[in-house]
Design a protein around this ligand. Structure first.
Ligand SMILES: Cc1cc2nc3c(=O)[nH]c(=O)nc-3n(C[C@H](O)[C@H](O)[C@H](O)COP(=O)(O)O)c2cc1C
Length: 310
């Protein structure tokens, strides 16, 4: 278990006792007396991450051109106390609060403290940032260009989210254990083979649609579809669409940037919807309809929650 420093632990305890749960985001900028080396920055980040994890604070710390810019997100009391500590740190000066805003949800939920040593060449494509980076990447510059903060944070947030999602890898190709690596590679081959088979199933499904349409249109009355024939055709279409979804599901296992939950839920929704679309209510009992409705609602809520989380 991590032994958190007493000082920081106390902050969290006091804040919890005070019962104030208002969440805020505080951003500030400061300057250093010298250009920090990578080792110094890493040591600071490790300290931030250990201390901050104890308080459930999240945020981001940026460093460029002897200037720090940090965002702290948590309950107001915790953020204020931690900021007081940081402000007293002799390793930087001119701490200037840029923004304090009430928030409903965190902008940087995944990192106890994300960190970027900014390579300014990466940021030039953000509108309005060019001049700011050249002349005003200082505490007073931040204070007088508050409009730059939102796009800068949005950009950094996007980059960090990408880092988090690409760090997820289903069936990784490299593994510390050579046996597990061999197993993963073998399963990947199997997945590729299944994907190939699925393409064949999709092609057969399309041929089947053409065949069903031909049969139904050629029977008397020629070029007319009854309701039942229409439903049968829709069913064939939906089956192919579901096969395509399953193909996407399969291929997700060999990609590293997507967590497949959303697509699995979407496929399940499509599959149950397909059944519902072709239901003939004369032939099914109330229990079946109720159970199907419950599944649709449950899957719908799950999909909505996963989508919102994205
Ligand atoms: C730019 C800058 C940002 C910092 N950010 C944090 C922070 O987010 N969380 C934290 O605990 N300490 C942060 N620190 C360090 C604190 O100022 C202080 O050194 C630390 O909280 C003391 O922890 P300790 O009592 O465990 O040594 C920061 C320091 C600097 C210079």
């Amino acid at each position: 278990m991590v032994n958190y420093p007493l000082k920081i632990k106390n902050i969290a305890n006091k804040a919890n006792k005070s019962g104030d749960k208002t969440m805020i985001r505080l951003s500030y900028a400061s300057t250093t007396t010298h250009d920090w080396t990578s080792e110094e920055l890493l040591a600071l980040l490790t300290k931030c991450q250990t201390n901050i994890a104890a308080n459930n604070i999240t945020g981001i710390l940026l460093y460029a051109q002897e200037t720090f810019f940090q965002v702290l997100e948590c309950e107001e009391t915790v953020v204020n106390k931690v900021y007081e500590l940081i402000e007293k740190d002799k390793r930087h000066k001119d701490c200037t609060i840029i923004e304090v805003a009430k928030i409903n949800e965190r902008g940087f939920p995944y990192w106890s403290m994300g960190f970027e040593k900014i390579d300014t060449s990466n940021l030039h494509n953000i509108r309005g940032l060019n001049d700011f980076l050249a002349k005003d990447f200082t505490p007073s510059g931040f204070a007088s260009h508050k409009n730059i903060v939102a796009p800068l944070l949005a950009h950094l947030r996007g980059r960090l989210i990408k880092q988090v999602s690409t760090s997820h890898e289903e069936l990784p190709m490299t593994h510390d254990d050579p046996f597990l690596q061999l197993l993963n590679r073998t399963i990947r081959m199997g997945v590729k083979f299944m994907a190939l088979l699925m393409v064949l199933v999709i092609l057969f499904g399309i041929v089947d649609i053409v065949f069903i349409l031909y049969e139904e249109l050629s029977q008397p009355p020629v070029f007319q579809l009854t309701i039942n024939e229409l439903l049968e055709t829709f069913g064939a279409f939906m089956a192919v669409l579901i096969a395509i979804e399953i193909f996407l599901n399969i291929t997700l296992y060999i990609r590293s940037d997507v967590i497949p939950v959303k697509l699995v839920v979407a496929t399940a929704l499509m599959a149950i919807s397909r059944k519902i679309i072709v239901l003939d209510y004369k032939d099914v009992d109330a229990q079946y309809v109720t159970a199907s409705a419950l599944v649709v609602v449950a899957l719908g809520i799950t999909y909505w929650r996963v989508q919102k989380h994205d």
